[in-house]
Design a binder for this molecule. Structure first.
Ligand code: EPU
Length: 340
């Protein structure tokens, strides 16, 4: 029997620290438990929410259904080929602990993504990325439970349809699968990726000429700690919005009025613009409205100072979107998943 608790506060289970209640709550440690639960007729028609560590969700209401926290653990080496090893990690492993596990074994590929909050199972959903790396670069495959057939299916990189903060699981696969484990292809001869300016700068400050993956990880940790609020201290969900991609033509036109506007070419005719810059220019950085606000070091991050609600965060996000649209004619969309 799986223990199901009633009327559980979700505050410890969402990094925004929102005080909402789940009608039912349970934690799953093995795939078998999950299948038994889903086969149990008592729960078939009950609304369900699958949670990792709740670092990319905005809970707008009490959840009148069953919250299932996925805590499937374990890291195993499944293959070793030439210069690579394949590690399979349970969906409930904490992402940063997995990164440290790789660094301790000098296995390269995920070090630039040090300290990203969340679990391994949530990472492919939005193809997490930071400081010049994305999960799709080291992704090998994953196993997910099909909620209709209760069969396990294997997804290779192509089937995951990764894009910038996007995957199959945010679109066609939404609410249809639960990720059980993810396998990564890690390099035994790590290639250092210090393409991101701030990493190079910190390594230089640290006096490191030939960095190891641990040095890169330490540099990333320093950058993140200086710019991004720690959810243990102040509720947040990392970047709230995605960086918009706009046609190059439109970018050049807006730049005539705002020559300082940064932009990175993502293809011949499209440019990605940092939403943090747009939000800061629209005057929102560091602004506080009661219990919620915009972080003072990184305008892309919305924060809950303590007693804020999902609705207040959502209202603030809507106002920011409208003001950026009015000032620049650019639409910014949330990266965070809204749970109604
Ligand atoms: N910027 C501003 N003002 C701000 C924030 C940023 O002008 O308040 C400008 C910066 O000066 C810089 C540019 O925007 O020129 C980019 O800023 P930054 O390097 O901080 O990265 P970002 O584009 O704002 C993205 C990711 C982060 C990731 C960093 C580093 C998205 C939505 N966010 O932020 O990911 O850590 O790059 O690679 O792509 C997350 O997804 O939760 C997250 C934190």
């Amino acid at each position: 029997m799986i223990a199901i608790d009633e009327n559980v506060s979700l505050k410890p289970y969402n990094t925004f620290g929102l005080e909402v209640t789940a009608r039912y709550f349970t934690e799953i440690k093995e795939t078998g438990q999950l299948i038994s639960l889903l086969q149990d007729p008592a729960w078939t028609s009950v609304k369900k929410l699958f949670l990792g560590s709740g670092s990319n969700i905005l809970l707008l209401n009490d959840f009148d259904g069953l919250v299932i926290k996925i805590s499937i653990k374990g890291i195993t080496q499944t293959e070793e080929t030439g210069g690579y090893v394949i590690l399979r990690a349970g969906a409930g492993e904490i992402w940063h602990e997995f990164v440290l596990y790789c660094i301790e074994r000098n296995l390269g590929g995920v070090e630039n993504m040090s300290l990203i909050p969340g679990t391994v199972g949530a990472a492919p959903m939005q193809n997490i990325g930071a400081y010049g790396a994305e999960i799709k670069d080291t992704f090998h495959c994953l196993e997910a439970l099909n909620l209709e057939t209760l069969q396990t299916e294997v997804f290779d990189r192509e089937r995951c349809a990764f894009g910038y903060r996007e995957s199959f699981f945010k679109h066609e696969g939404k609410n249809r699968y639960v990720i059980l484990n993810v396998s990564f292809r890690l390099s035994k001869q790590p290639v250092i990726n210090a393409s991101y300016g701030a990493i190079r700068q910190i390594l230089a400050e640290m006096g490191v000429d030939s960095p190891t993956i641990r040095d890169v990880s330490n540099a990333v940790i320093r950058i993140r700690r200086s710019k991004l609020p720690d959810p243990a201290e102040i509720g947040n969900s990392g970047s709230f919005f995605k960086n918009p991609e706009i046609p190059k033509e439109e970018y050049l036109k807006i730049r005539e009025e705002y020559p300082a506007m940064p932009g990175y070419e993502v293809s011949e005719d499209r440019v990605k613009v940092p939403a943090g810059w747009l939000i800061e220019q629209a005057g929102w950085k560091g602004k506080r409205f009661g219990e919620v606000g915009v972080h003072d070091q990184q305008a892309l991050v919305l924060v809950n100072f303590g007693k804020g609600s999902g609705a207040e965060i959502s209202d603030l996000a809507t106002r920011i979107q409208a003001s950026v649209a009015e000032k620049f004619g650019i639409t910014i969309s949330p990266e965070v998943n809204f749970i109604f």
